[in-house]
Design a protein around this ligand. Structure first.
Ligand SMILES: NC(=O)c1ccc[n+]([C@@H]2O[C@H](COP(=O)([O-])OP(=O)(O)OC[C@H]3O[C@@H](n4cnc5c(N)ncnc54)[C@H](O)[C@@H]3O)[C@@H](O)[C@H]2O)c1
Ligand SMILES: [Zn+2]
Length: 675
């Protein structure tokens, strides 16, 4: 042997060893370590080497043998006719080669084909005697399979008794072949349940279907929602002779057997068209499809074409672009989102999946991370279906490096180091820092919003500008802005700068409720801020309050109390509050509302007022014991009508409701000055 042949021989040996290992993991254990695409690449490489050195081909090479040996745990079944695999084609050119070879061998100018979805499940064969199901088996090594009759009986869509249409005769003996599979929805359900139970996940629907059917206990199989489609039958007693594959499929249907949708193509061009349509439609199908099977339609042609060691010459599997790959987790990092949610993200060794290179995959939250138990150094299956963001399907545990430790989720924010706390919905962990840079834009926007500090003109865009330019690093920085600095901002004119500064100045006069709400404490909405303000009229009281004190506040549950308590324990939050007070914010404590001028009255506001906003007016009324309602009815006691009042004014006049203009309203407020 020359040296290149020696090298090839060594590589062939190595590939065979590796492929034998992967066949075992896949066919026997239903738990692969590499993706199908990777497996196909290895097989390809071996095929090419063997083509170069035909004398090195052996009968037991993985290129020559079907599947894996039947597992010892099952009874064996010898198939009446061998169950073969399919040769693969990748791409248009290889499809043309396939078609050309057939035309050459048959001398035909055009060959008619049938196209069927290539279901990603496992092949089975079923025997019906006198119309009754008697036995079923897996493909095994193609000659001998595993008897899984008891498990097949649990599949609801599989008839235990053939149900022939009118006029169709039940054959004395029928052996049919098809695919057992699990729908995408059921696969997800099954894996979710396994995740909850801490059981190992299935890498994909094919492994789930195979793992479910190849159970020793049929009760387990019964709990797994398997389905079946049939696509082939073996000649037998009392069976008609078929002229075409399509005719055969129609016959199986007429016996009441489930048959998948198929399409006839008069020539290879039709196959191409159908392939494009199938690729486009694959995500809309309820089951996983990994390609399209192309079969010569005419039975007589099939007989002539025959088979090679492992697959028929009259059919191929035209594979779809793979959507699953295995790769390495190089690192796991935690990112902080705009709302403070801590999200673990796996950094991956870049890998091409579904047409794009993927180098990151989100692990969503701590629970998901823990359930999947992804660790640095792990090999994982990545899936990217269509436009869906890539996801980590499962870890290949057998490839975990020794000593790989479970990821420890941080207890503090990786950006600002404030304590990180679990949300009450239970899955999300958030940073509790009030001025966390990662969340600052959102925090500032909220702080300035109408129902919080009410800084007119400070919306999301400006908040982002202020934070990004470094002008605002904390809430208090807002109160130290100068006109000069503001004018440096893009699109900021004299007039808007003046307005903004005066609006910021005005916001210093606020209420304790608005102030607490503005701090952006998780779960503390306007209503809670109000009740909190009533119990703790001075914000510093909250620094001292115990968890019990806070829990006693009306409508504050234990989880919320915990959030509030931790918020005021966090040093950076106390500092932020002190800085605001030092900047001149004076939150007014709520006063008792008994006996106010609006006590027990329902007031409706309409039209615009020049001296105050609708929210301020509402607050003033409530502070004086009144209730503000949105529409005028017989229950309305007063209508405050500003400029341009419309239909509400008219209705109030009709109903004889007392009407106040802005002047009269302000006088009434002054007669009862409650802060
Ligand atoms: N990841 C791994 O470690 C690993 C290991 C072994 C095999 N594999 C995968 O399995 C493939 C080889 O398996 P295979 O020999 O079963 O071949 P195959 O899955 O590529 O094609 C043959 C099979 O297709 C199925 N099929 C689905 N729909 C069909 C239809 N309408 N008509 C006919 N058959 C249909 C049948 O089960 C048939 O046996 C590899 O290409 C690889 O993708 C992966
Ligand atoms: Zn933070």
């Amino acid at each position: 042997m020359n040296s290149s042949k020696t090298a090839d021989a060594a590589r062939i040996e190595q590939l065979r060893r590796e492929l034998a290992h992967h066949n075992h993991r896949y066919y026997v254990l239903d738990s692969p370590e590499i993706s199908d695409a990777e497996y196909d690449r290895l097989i390809r490489e071996l095929q090419e080497l063997e083509a170069r050195h035909p004398d090195l081909i052996t009968v037991d090479s993985p290129t020559q043998r079907v599947g894996g040996a039947p597992a010892e745990k099952f009874e064996k079944v010898v198939h009446r006719a061998p169950m073969l695999s399919l040769a693969n084609v990748f791409g248009d050119e290889e499809l043309s080669d396939f078609d050309e070879r057939i035309r050459r061998q048959t001398g035909l100018a055009q060959v008619a084909y049938v196209c069927e979805p290539k279901l990603d499940g496992l092949a089975i064969t079923l025997l019906y005697e006198q119309g009754r199901f008697v036995r079923g088996a897996t493909r095994g090594d193609g000659t001998e399979g595993e008897d899984v009759s008891a498990n097949l009986r649990t599949i609801r869509s599989l008839p235990m008794e053939l149900l022939p249409q009118d006029g169709v005769k039940v054959p004395g003996s029928l052996e049919v072949r098809g695919e057992v599979f699990i729908s995408k929805k059921d696969f997800k359900k099954l894996n979710d349940a396994r995740e909850q139970e801490g059981e190992p996940l299935f890498a994909n629907p094919r492994n789930a279907a195979a793992g479910s059917l190849r159970q020793l206990d049929p009760r387990i199989t019964a709990s797994r929602p398997l389905s079946v489609y049939l696509y082939e039958c073996v000649p037998g007693e009392g069976m008609p002779a078929f002229r075409s594959h399509a005719e055969k499929l129609e016959y199986l249907k007429s016996l009441g057997l489930p048959v998948n949708r198929y399409v006839r193509a008069p020539g290879v061009d039709g196959v191409r068209e159908q392939y494009r349509a199938s690729v486009d439609g694959r995500h809309a199908l309820p089951f996983e499809v990994d390609g399209m099977v192309v079969k010569v339609d005419e039975e007589a042609l099939r007989q002539r074409l025959g088979q090679i060691s492992k697959s028929p010459r009259w059919a191929v599997a035209y594979k779809f672009p793979p959507e699953e790959e295995a790769t390495l987790v190089e690192d796991i990092q935690v990112y902080v989102g705009r709302t403070g949610a801590l999200t673990p993200v796996a950094h991956l060794k870049p890998v091409k999946v579904g047409g794009v290179t993927v180098s990151r995959a989100t692990l969503h939250n701590e629970d998901e991370l823990r359930r999947k138990d992804v660790r640095k150094g792990d090999t994982v299956f990545i899936r990217r279906a269509g436009d869906v963001i890539p996801e980590i399907v499962k870890v290949v545990e057998s490839k975990r490096p020794e000593g790989a430790q479970p990821f420890v989720f941080p207890t503090e924010c990786p950006v600002c180091h404030a304590a990180a706390m679990r949300d009450d919905e239970g899955t999300i962990i958030r940073c509790t820092g009030a001025t966390c840079p990662a969340q600052l834009v959102e925090k500032v926007r909220h702080f300035a919003s109408r129902t919080a500090m009410d800084v007119d003109g400070l919306g999301e865009k400006l908040a982002a500008q202020l934070v990004e330019t470094g002008l605002v690093k904390s809430f208090a920085d807002l109160y130290h802005l100068t006109k000069g600095r503001l004018l440096e901002l893009e699109r900021m004119g004299e007039k808007s700068a003046d307005n903004l500064l005066s609006n910021i100045e005005r916001s210093k006069q606020t209420t304790q409720a608005r102030f607490l709400y503005a701090l952006g404490i998780r779960h503390v909405g306007e209503a809670t801020a109000k009740t909190l303000a009533e119990t703790f009229p001075d914000v510093r009281q909250l620094f001292e309050a115990s968890l019990e004190d806070i829990t006693r506040v009306k409508d504050v549950g234990p989880t919320m109390a915990q959030v509030i308590y931790s918020f005021f324990r966090e040093p950076q939050n106390r500092e932020a509050i002190e800085a605001l007070l030092a900047a001149g914010i004076t939150p007014a404590a709520p006063r008792a509302v008994q006996g106010g001028v609006f006590a027990g009255k329902t007031v409706v506001l309409t039209g615009g007022m020049s001296g105050m906003s609708r929210d301020q007016a509402k607050e003033e009324i409530e502070r004086r014991g009144g209730k503000v309602s949105g529409s005028v009815s017989r229950k309305t006691d007063m209508l405050v009508a500003g400029e341009d009042a419309g239909s509400k004014l008219k209705k109030a006049q009709e109903l004889g409701v007392r009407i106040l203009d802005e002047q009269a309203f302000l006088e009434l407020l002054q007669s009862d000055a409650r802060g």
